[in-house]
Design a binder for this molecule. Sequence first.
Ligand code: ADP
Ligand code: MG
Length: 574
Amino acid sequence: MSTTPRQPIQLLSPSIVSLIAAGEVIERPATIVKELLENSLDADATEIQITLEDGGRQRIFVSDNGQGIPAEELELALQQHTTNKLRTTLDFEQLHSYGFRGEALFSIATMSKLTLRSRPQGQELGTEVTVNHGKFGQPAPIGMTPGTQVLVEQIFAKIPARRKFLKSALQERRSILDTVTRLAISVPEVGISVTEENKLLFSAPAEQTLAERLRYIFGEEFANQLWPFEYQTPGVSLMGVLGSPQLARRSQPYQFVIVNRRPVTSPVLITAVREAYGSSLEPKSAPAFVLFLQINPAEVDVNVHPRKETVQWQKESDVIHQVRTTLQNHLNVQYQPVESEPLVVRDSTSEAPFTPFVAKTLPQLHTTLKSSAPQWYQALASREQTILQIHDTYLLTETEQGLMIIDQHAAHERVLYQQFLELFHQQLGQKMTFELSPPKVIHLSPAASALLEEHLETFANIGCQIEPFGDQTFAVRTVPELLKEHNPQKVIESVLEDIQNDVALIGVDQLAHRTLAYLACRSAVKAGDPLTQDQAKVLLEKLQETSFAFSCPHGRPTIRTYTWGEIEKWFARK
Ligand code: ADP
Ligand code: MG
């Protein structure tokens, strides 16, 4: 993994120092872990062990097998603005390392008792030095394995104000594990473990692919619902996985954005991914995804945030646009199975300036990431299957993977939604609306009236011309062609009810989505409706043709598969 020859540590020039935003703020144990972990990664470590005490509130120990620090530079490493990662302004724009300020060790050593031990690769012995709340001890030789070990104790012992702000051990531990998880996903090739009181809290072996790592961290069931993608566009390369709509969450979604190897937060980017999913998700839920972006370092300002966790982009920027449209297309095209060809970073001959960097840092994605979507699709398309209806609610059939159970209502809803969506756009394009004559007068609750008043224009844009009459009364003049058979009062009321909670989000698309979802739900076969063999067959065929066959427009699952493996386990055949 070691590729670049190590540079000696030097003092940053004042001009560089002034380029650097506000100093490192070490505010809690997770920040310490993050800085130490990043240092190990910068030193090309392939194995990193973290040990905690009291959720990191008492003691943090990080040990790596990286390049190490020569004895004569050990004390330098602990001083302010000393780094071996950056020396010129030009370097600063080409930043490839995690660290560059030369401040983390210094800052940590001022607020704790820090022991730094290091043995460079190829040396016989290591050296140890302790800094006790800013006071340097004498360096001394020490026997150790090659690499670097940092022990941090008495955290904030002399800063009671900070100490007081520490959360419970449980919360600090969780925050540390969150930090470690984010970094571990960004470098699947590096082995990382976290131990506390001899209990292994986190472990991920070295040399994993992204797929293997995600499976390791989040488990089989989660990993089976991830769809890999990989694209090289001029200026940006993106790869990663998109979670099926069923992995979407209303709060604390699994979302990982990694820009040039660095886990970052970027609300604009997260929104772009969300938008790519369109109507397959409920308006307030957020998809699970891991997105690796590789762009020319000169084009991202990672320095905006003092801890380098935020990347700033404009909503209209090329990068954001690329992400949105690329992933949208990826999701729209019926997901294609990756059979034996592993998804690897293309050996691109394009002269994009960042290509070599891409090759070095993008983790390989592997075929072990399977999506069940195309598999059931293929299996069903290729075989004449008997479909069994049970409980007048579920359809049962066999695929190559196993036993598939379909919720007939949810499946039909998805199919109808898709059909309505196409029709709706067609009709909207041709400005086809249905005129109610005389206009239908409706009366709404005060809350619903207020909401409708605010969104009259949006309703008009989807073909509902509505005029307020005051006193919670409205005249509906036109409705979309699709809705002409339905009672406008009921449709409008239920759509308003549905959007009540996310008023801020309501635009034409959302409103159309809600309306069509309503329509699909009302028109779909219900649980309890008997279906003939032919009807069931048609339903499954149609389902195969829709994108996002896995969930109904409300985000509920439509299909579940029990694999043959699982079934064999039930009966102790394996
Ligand atoms: P920065 O990471 O910004 O350079 P730090 O204060 O985190 O600043 O570290 C200072 C220097 O100490 C680094 O530039 C590096 O040379 C050295 N160093 C710190 N941790 C390690 C490590 N685990 N392995 C090798 N060198 C390290
Ligand atoms: Mg650092």
